[in-house]
Design a protein. Structure first.
Length: 88
């Protein structure tokens, strides 16, 4: 019996536009797990393969700082805000 195969050429946006919200969430989760995307500040961002080790350590420290706000004193928060204001 003959063997047939077919291929479909679609653009990524065409695929995504047909996905349900849950399917898109699964796709994003897969992209994060496979290392194609990073999380930063609770948001997904494209993975930057040009980051140095110091960049990665800095980003990890900032994530820990953000996640630990509830453990900080008001004085700690004010010092951090003062540093940010000096840089802006």
């Amino acid at each position: 019996m003959p063997d047939f195969s077919a291929s479909i050429d679609i653009e990524p946006w065409e695929y995504v536009s047909e996905c349900s919200k849950r399917e898109i969430e699964d796709l994003i989760e897969s992209l994060i797990e496979d290392g194609h995307l990073d999380m930063f500040n609770g948001k997904v961002k494209p993975k930057n393969d040009n980051n140095t080790l110091m960049d990665d350590e800095w980003n990890e420290a900032l994530n820990k700082l953000r996640d630990s706000r509830h453990l900080m004193s008001i004085e700690d928060e004010e010092r951090i805000i003062d540093v940010v204001k000096r840089l802006i």
